[in-house]
Design a protein around this ligand. Structure first.
Ligand SMILES: [Ca+2]
Length: 284
């Protein structure tokens, strides 16, 4: 009953509540009303050709021809151990991929979860991406839909470039975050480019996260509306490492430098990042 009431309130919230909240991250490209219609036209163009997708229609372990895994404890002082092809942490059911974080001891860690990637399976240079997903609630969860350059194993981060289609931290349940990291602009230097959008109770429903990546700029979309853009300023790969292929990552982290800033609410676990589909288009 309580959940029904919450759903009814959420349904009554107009999408117009969606607004950018500058927080000093310094987006380098304002998205004016005029720009917004041009951006939407680029997003909705009929010239895109679908080149890769997963609709998650095959129940069980995620399709091994499409997905690989990060394993172990990989970054940001996060608390989860990422497992490989373990159904308790990554499973397809009812047309959705569920990435599930659990409170359980595992190889010295106190939590398990999964990070699916397409490294060595699929990558793309320029194109359009759309992912429909629902993030889980709870302090300490840090789900992300993102990309890294395929040269990451060789050149490392941030030289490889990182595009975050969406990040969410459970201690800020009313916001979704959209960021980009390059050698010149990144979170270590505290000057990454990005924005956050106020979405009341962002975890209560599915949203569609879109990206249009062209040689001259990258644009982010939330439910089809442009929310941020990052321009190629012509200063070279320190500023724009995005003329190289990128691969996809889908993960649900627990704790860590950002996600764990206000602790971890174990009562919210297990928690699932639900993904309805991942689609990638090319304009070639
Ligand atoms: Ca689906």
């Amino acid at each position: 009953m309580k959940s029904l009431l919450i759903l009814a309130i959420a349904a009554a919230l107009p999408l117009a509540a969606l607004r950018a909240e500058p927080e000093g991250l310094g987006g380098n490209t304002g998205t004016s009303t005029l720009d917004a219609s041009a951006a939407a036209a680029r997003y909705e163009s009929k010239d895109w050709k679908l080149v890769w997708s997963d609709e998650f229609n095959q129940a069980g372990i995620p399709d091994p021809s499409k997905w690989d895994y990060e394993t172990g404890m990989v970054r940001n002082q996060e608390k989860q151990f990422y497992t490989r092809a373990r159904k308790e942490n990554a499973t397809v059911q009812d047309g959705e991929l569920h990435i599930i974080a659990r409170r359980e001891p595992w190889q010295g860690a106190d939590y398990t979860s999964a990070s699916l990637t397409t490294l060595n399976k699929f990558s793309f240079t320029y194109g359009k991406v759309e992912i429909r997903a629902q993030v889980p609630p709870g302090k300490g969860v840090w789900p992300a839909l993102w990309t890294l350059g395929t040269n990451f194993p060789r050149v490392g981060w941030p030289a490889c470039g990182e595009i975050d289609l969406m990040e969410f931290v459970g201690f800020q349940p009313g916001h979704l975050h959209f960021n980009v990291h390059t050698p010149a602009f990144n979170h270590v230097k505290k000057n990454q480019k990005g924005t956050r959008i106020a979405v009341p109770n962002a975890w209560m429903e599915f949203h569609t996260y879109g990206l249009v990546w062209k040689p001259e700029q990258i644009e982010w979309f939330l439910d089809g509306k442009p929310v941020f853009a990052f321009a190629n300023d012509g200063q070279g790969p320190e500023h724009w490492p995005f003329d190289q292929p990128q691969y996809l990552l889908l993960n649900l982290a627990i704790g860590g430098t950002w996600g764990g800033a206000e602790g971890i609410d174990d009562k919210q676990l297990p928690a699932a990042l639900r993904i309805d589909y991942v689609r990638v288009w090319s304009d070639k």
